[in-house]
Design a protein around this ligand. Structure first.
Ligand SMILES: Cc1cc2nc3c(=O)[nH]c(=O)nc-3n(C[C@H](O)[C@H](O)[C@H](O)COP(=O)(O)OP(=O)(O)OC[C@H]3O[C@@H](n4cnc5c(N)ncnc54)[C@H](O)[C@@H]3O)c2cc1C
Length: 328
C-alpha cells in the first residue's frame, strides 16, 4: 500500500476543500476503496473521511425520502419508511455482501464501488479501466460475469451494486455538491457506459461529493428484487431484476424494471417497459416484453446464458408480482 494521509471532514464545505486537492479521495466505509489500495489498484495520497456527514434519512415536504450519502447500508435496509414504501430497496441491499460489510458500507460508497471484473483486479492483465490504453483481456478471456448490454471493445465489465439497481428502477436522484454548488443527477444517468473511456464510470466531476439519494413519492404497485448468483449468499449478481408493477383491471398501469449484472451501469429495461405499458398483464405479454428487451443484448464467449436467464427472470418476476396484486 502506498503512503497516504487521513483526515475526517467536519462539514461538507471542509470536505469539498480537502477533496479538491490532487490525489485526494473521499472515504466511506472503506470496504471497497481500502481493498483496492491494498491491491495498489487505487493509490490516493489523501483520504477524506466523510462518514460523519449526511447521516440522516429524512422526509421531504413533497413526500419524497432523502437518504444521506453517509447512511450505512444496514440502516437504509432497516428503516421503517424504506421497508414500507420501497421494500425492493431493502431487499436489494440485503441481497448484497455480508451483514458486517453492510454495517460499514455507506450509500455514497456503494454507488461508487468499482467493478468485480477479475482482470481489473489482476495487475498482470491488460485493463483499460485500471490503466487506460492498455487493452481489455476480458473481451477474449473468461467473461462469464461480464456485460451483455452497452459494452464496448474497450471494456465489458459490469457494475456490481445491488442497491443501485433498485434505485434505478425507483427513479431515484443523486445529489452531489461541488465547488460550483449542488446538482441533482437522475440515478439512471449517474453511471455511464464504457465507450472508449471505461476509467470514467460516472457523471461526477473531480472533487464532487455525493450528499444524498432521494426516492420519489407515490410509487404505486408491488415490487421485488430478484438476484441470481452462484451461491445463495455472499456473491455478486450474475443477473438481477428490480421490478415494480401496478396492474389495474388486468392491464399494466405502471411498470419499472432495472437489471443488474448485465452492463457497466444499472440497466433500465426501457424496451420491456414500453412493450408492457397499457397492455395485458399476462405471462405471454411479460415474455414478449422480456424478448424485446434482450433483442439488443450482445453476448461474449461465456455469457450467452444471461440472455435466456434474463428473459426468464423478468417474466417470472412479473408473473409473481401480478399474483401478489390479485390477493391484495
Ligand atoms: C466480500 C465482499 C462482497 C460484496 N458483495 C456485494 C454484493 O453482493 N452486492 C453489492 O452491491 N456489493 C457488494 N460488495 C460491495 C460493497 O457493497 C461495497 O464495498 C460498499 O457498498 C462500498 O461502500 P463504502 O462506503 O465502504 O465505500 P468506500 O470503499 O469507502 O468507497 C468506495 C468509493 O466511493 C467513494 N466515495 C465514498 N463516499 C463518497 C461520497 N460521499 N462522495 C463521493 N465519493 C465517495 C470513495 O472515494 C471510493 O472511490 C461486497 C464487498 C465485499 C468486500
Amino acid at each position: 500500500m502506498n503512503p497516504f494521509t487521513y483526515e475526517r471532514a467536519a462539514d461538507p464545505q471542509t470536505a469539498l476543500e480537502l477533496g479538491a486537492r490532487s490525489g485526494a479521495k473521499y472515504l466511506g466505509g472503506g470496504t471497497n476503496l481500502v481493498d483496492l489500495m491494498r491491491e495498489t489498484i487505487e493509490h490516493p495520497t489523501a483520504l477524506i473521511d466523510v462518514t460523519s456527514l449526511s447521516c440522516e434519512i429524512e422526509e421531504t415536504g413533497d413526500g419524497c425520502l432523502r437518504i444521506g450519502a453517509g447512511v450505512r447500508n444496514t440502516a437504509v435496509a432497516a428503516d421503517r419508511r424504506v421497508r414500507e414504501r420501497y421494500p425492493m430497496l431493502s431487499e436489494a441491499i440485503l441481497a448484497g455482501a455480508s451483514a458486517q460489510i453492510r454495517n460499514m458500507a455507506t450509500v455514497g460508497g456503494n454507488l461508487l464501488q468499482r467493478t468485480r471484473c477479475g482482470y481489473f483486479y489482476d495487475d498482470a492483465a491488460h485493463c483499460n479501466k485500471r490503466e487506460p490504453g492498455t487493452g481489455c483481456d476480458a473481451v477474449d478471456g473468461f467473461n462469464r460475469m461480464h456485460a451483455i448490454f452497452g459494452a464496448s471493445a474497450a471494456c465489458v465489465a459490469t457494475h456490481p451494486s445491488d442497491m443501485a439497481v433498485a434505485l434505478a428502477a425507483l427513479d431515484a436522484r443523486v445529489t452531489v455538491d461541488g465547488r460550483n454548488g449542488s446538482r441533482d443527477i437522475p440515478l439512471v444517468d449517474f453511471h455511464v457506459l464504457p465507450g472508449e473511456t471505461p476509467h470514467i464510470e460516472t457523471m461526477l466531476e473531480a472533487g464532487e461529493l455525493i450528499t444524498a439519494v432521494t426516492l420519489p413519492a407515490g410509487i404505486a404497485g408491488r415490487s421485488c428484487y430478484r438476484k441470481v448468483r452462484d451461491r445463495a449468499s455472499y456473491a455478486f449478481a450474475l443477473l438481477s431484476v428490480a421490478a415494480v408493477l401496478e396492474v389495474r383491471d388486468g392491464l399494466v398501469d405502471d411498470v419499472r424494471i432495472a437489471l443488474g449484472g448485465v452492463a457497466h451501469k444499472p440497466w433500465r429495461a426501457n424496451a420491456a417497459e414500453a412493450a408492457l405499458k397499457g397492455g395485458p398483464a399476462t405471462e405471454a405479454a411479460f415474455h414478449a416484453a422480456a424478448q424485446a428487451e434482450f433483442a439488443s443484448a450482445r453476448s461474449l464467449r461465456d455469457n450467452a446464458f444471461k440472455i435466456e436467464l434474463g428473459r426468464r427472470v423478468i417474466t417470472d418476476t412479473l408473473v409473481k408480482l401480478t399474483a401478489l396484486q390479485e390477493i391484495r
